[in-house]
Ligand binder design. Structure first.
Ligand SMILES: Cc1ncc(COP(=O)(O)O)c(C=O)c1O
Length: 393
């Protein structure tokens, strides 16, 4: 029987990550591919205790259907977390989502019609590209340099493409690890306000700074409700709980809630209550400190190993936080074509082109440093550097 798939599936490109993940579970493979946190740092015992308490004290409620917006005490805690990040939000301004991935999906669902344009960094988060593609969006990349996107390029792009919104990841961006400077955030906000551009600010990594000083979010500058902000506990507690949140202007919030009702009614009541209990009973700031120290050390090891081993012509970013760095090869290098040989050598990375909405980016690769021990990072980079050296001969 021939199945007639939806037209929107034509626009969705499968990413090479799925293929890569098939081999990353092999213990002999050193993977710099997935965006996985370090599992040995998950607060397993604390989550178990929180879970036990929730089931013992409010089992039936935790297992019942609940409101779409989220568990009210958790929304209140998330609003307090927003205040710490300089963002004025009441509990009512917060929508709890099933990971920030769902937040992005809902934003796309309520804003995008087929053919609508989205402005993005170039490169950008590949699963966001997939979401926007699934709503049949068109893309217009914003010129980008080492400080992130160039805000002065926005007015012309907006005039030409009339985009529904700009999507960006200002802190330790996925995939490049770059951070949008404070002065660019300010000009971006001013320009966006002047030309009426909605900004979607995705911030999963902002708490993972291991060097330098925090930069205020664009949302913290937003007095007029022009910005939608997303964050998640995936990198600061554990991604398996699948809890993220969206802070949106009131006019957008109602639509997001309706969109979420149609998607999943609500995020897991049990997970939300367990997370709330965990936040109340434990010091997650101290836990994040541990993660930051470990990732800072791992980044340092990867950077030093790259310096020691990579052949001439390769360069890479120097992120101040997050989980990734971004390697740029000399002209002619095709990192996708290198992948099979990399797997033979038992090391994997993500080829750059998945992160470019237009499929360019042949000579780049994304390396994750949060999910490997320092020893495996040294060994993996030695294997990778050998391969890069061969490619050049
Ligand atoms: C930029 C970005 N946004 C969103 C997500 C999704 O995170 P979550 O686990 O909260 O769905 C990720 C995950 O890696 C990401 O890198």
């Amino acid at each position: 029987m021939s199945i007639r798939f939806a037209k929107r599936m034509d626009a969705m490109r499968p990413s090479s990550i799925r293929e890569i993940l098939k081999v990353t579970s092999r213990p002999d493979i050193i993977s710099f591919a997935g965006g996985l946190p370090a599992p040995e740092l998950f607060p397993v015992n604390e989550i178990r205790a929180a879970c036990d308490r929730v089931i013992a004290e409010s089992g039936p409620e935790a297992l019942q259907y609940a409101t779409t917006e989220g568990f009210p005490p958790l929304r209140a805690l998330l609003a307090a977390e927003m205040a710490k990040r300089g963002i004025a939000a009441e509990a009512d301004d917060i929508l709890v989502t099933t990971g920030s991935q769902q937040g992005l999906d809902l934003i796309a669902k309520v804003l995008l019609d087929p053919g609508d344009c989205v402005l993005t960094e170039n490169p950008t988060y590949l699963a966001a590209i997939q979401i926007f593609q699934s709503y049949e969006a068109a893309f217009a990349p914003v010129p980008t340099d080492d400080e992130g996107i160039i805000p002065e390029a926005l007015p012309e792009l907006v005039a030409r493409h009339s985009p529904k919104f700009l999507y960006l990841i200002p802190n330790f961006q996925n995939p490049t690890g770059r951070t949008l400077s404070a002065s660019r955030r300010k000009s971006l906000y001013e320009i966006a306000a002047r030309i009426g551009l909605l900004v979607v600010e995705d911030d999963p990594y902002g708490k993972l700074r291991y060097t330098g000083t925090d930069i205020p979010s664009i949302k913290s500058l937003d007095a007029e409700g022009r910005n939608i902000y997303l964050s998640t506990i995936s990198k600061t507690v554990a991604p398996g709980l699948r809890i993220g949140w969206v802070v949106a202007p009131k006019s957008v919030m109602g639509k997001l809630v309706t969109g979420k009702q149609a998607s999943d009614l609500h995020s897991s009541s049990l997970d939300q209550r367990v997370l709330h209990r965990y936040f109340c009973d434990y010091d997650n700031a101290a836990h994040v400190e541990k993660i930051r120290r470990a990732y800072g050390e791992r980044y340092g090891v990867m950077d030093a190993a790259l310096k020691e081993c990579m052949p001439d012509g390769f360069s890479w970013t120097h992120p101040e936080g997050g989980m990734f760095l971004w390697v740029s090869g000399p002209a002619g290098v095709d990192t996708l074509a290198m992948l099979d040989r990399a797997i033979e050598r038992k090391v994997v990375f993500v080829p750059g082109r998945d992160f470019f909405p237009d499929g360019s980016g042949m000579s780049f690769m994304r390396l994750n440093f949060s999910n490997s021990s320092p020893d495996r990072i040294r060994e993996g980079i030695a294997r990778l550097a050998e391969l890069c050296g061969e490619g050049k001969r």
